[in-house]
Ligand binder design. Structure first.
Ligand SMILES: NC(=O)c1ccc[n+]([C@@H]2O[C@H](COP(=O)([O-])OP(=O)(O)OC[C@H]3O[C@@H](n4cnc5c(N)ncnc54)[C@H](OP(=O)(O)O)[C@@H]3O)[C@@H](O)[C@H]2O)c1
Length: 334
């Protein structure tokens, strides 16, 4: 079967299309025929592995897992003899986090992995990115901090993969939402439901008078030291971008400050917790409260171009990678 392999860290040129054996599911595994996956900012960061901190998880000198990709959506083709939760023919999506391996025609996963049924109103392409953006912002906005009705929430980086989901979810939770992005992308942020938008190229919101209960820095461009000027006295700064400063601020503010800094690595949470999150998100999608924004779709043969596109910045929502199979895919969402 076709798959994408990377045997070293570096530019998109480390990604190569290779032929490998199709996996056979073990007795507690399901075999998924993958129709779509995605290239996220996190996939790009893991391909580069620029920091020592990231290499502690991924492999010190080269990737521990050579087949790339963390997101998937597809159809169950076979189940092992001990599998009880899944059936052949079901449409599923999810993520493999640091186990990787989704940029491939087939994927064998334990039945207890981070897997959920695709909502009836979604295509494979729309489902694949959910386990990046929607699941991450669900973790941050409902567990790391509990957003309540009436709270003022600012999303810094509101037009990207995580931002488009964060605006939708924060609105659903009843917050007054401000989205920060640039230029034409501000229209998209308004379409997602933001009450206010700010262009970071012309306005520094930390110099204004408005104080926010939550500032979610998806862009990774706003240090806690600056963000806290625009936080309420008990406000929370959220960062999904791993780095030593935020880990130190998290420990410091936990003990010594009413204003908190918080980080979480969503992909490293236990599978059952992530599955709970996917169940909540699926219900919101089926109720029409959340949806996936797709900027561009690339066939798997153009995986290097997909990585280059994400790496240059400026994407609106998500980037999806598709895989053709002789077997017909499910019908796209109406
Ligand atoms: N910890 C976790 O669990 C976890 C999980 C998944 C992803 N992540 C991380 O989350 C981050 C966000 O990912 P993403 O897919 O949402 O990225 P993205 O799609 O590239 O979006 C970036 C956003 O930041 C905005 N932006 C750029 N420069 C800015 C600035 N100076 N000030 C304010 N906004 C600015 C962009 O707007 P314009 O395009 O208009 O400039 C865009 O809205 C990545 O670093 C990723 O690795 C963390």
């Amino acid at each position: 079967m076709k798959a994408v392999a990377a045997h070293k860290y570096g530019s998109p040129d480390v990604l190569n299309l290779v032929e490998i054996a199709k996996p056979l599911p073990a007795e507690n595994e399901i075999l998924i025929r993958v129709y779509a996956n995605g290239v996220s900012k996190a996939d790009v960061a893991m391909r580069r592995a620029d920091t020592l901190l990231s290499r502690l998880f991924l492999g010190l000198t080269k990737p521990k897992a050579s087949i790339t990709g963390t997101l998937f959506a597809g159809k169950i083709e076979a189940v092992g003899s001990a599998v009880t939760q899944w059936q052949v023919g079901e449409d599923v999506f999810g993520e493999t986090a640091t186990d990787f391996g989704t940029n491939a025609e087939y994927l064998a996963l334990k039945e207890t992995a981070t897997i959920a049924r695709i909502p009836a109103n979604m295509s494979y392409e729309e489902a694949a990115p959910i386990a990046d953006g929607a699941i991450t912002v669900h973790n941050f906005l409902t567990r790391v901090v509990e957003v309540k009705p009436g709270m003022k929430v600012l999303i810094n980086g509101a037009s990207g993969g995580l931002g488009t989901s964060a605006v939708q979810l924060a609105k659903h939770l009843g917050a007054e939402v401000t989205g920060v992005a640039s230029g034409d992308n501000l229209d998209l942020v308004t379409q997602m439901g933001a009450d206010h938008v700010i262009d970071y190229r012309t306005t520094d919101f930390t110099k204004g008078n408005v104080k926010y209960d939550v500032i979610f820095d998806l862009a990774g461009k706003l240090p806690f030291g600056k963000a806290k000027r625009a936080l309420t006295a008990d406000g929370t700064y959220l960062s999904p971008v791993m780095g030593l400063p935020v880990l130190i601020q998290m420990m410091w503010t936990q003990r010594f400050s009413r204003q908190k800094a918080k980080f979480s690595a969503t992909g490293l949470l236990p599978h059952d917790q992530l599955r709970e999150g996917l169940k909540d998100i699926t219900a919101l999608i089926e109720a029409g409260k959340m949806w996936t924004v797709i900027d561009r779709t690339f066939p798997i043969e153009q995986i290097r171009d997909a990585h280059r596109f994400v790496e240059k910045g400026g994407k609106r929502g998500n980037v999806v990678v598709t895989i053709d199979h002789a077997e017909p895919a499910r019908a796209a969402a109406e």
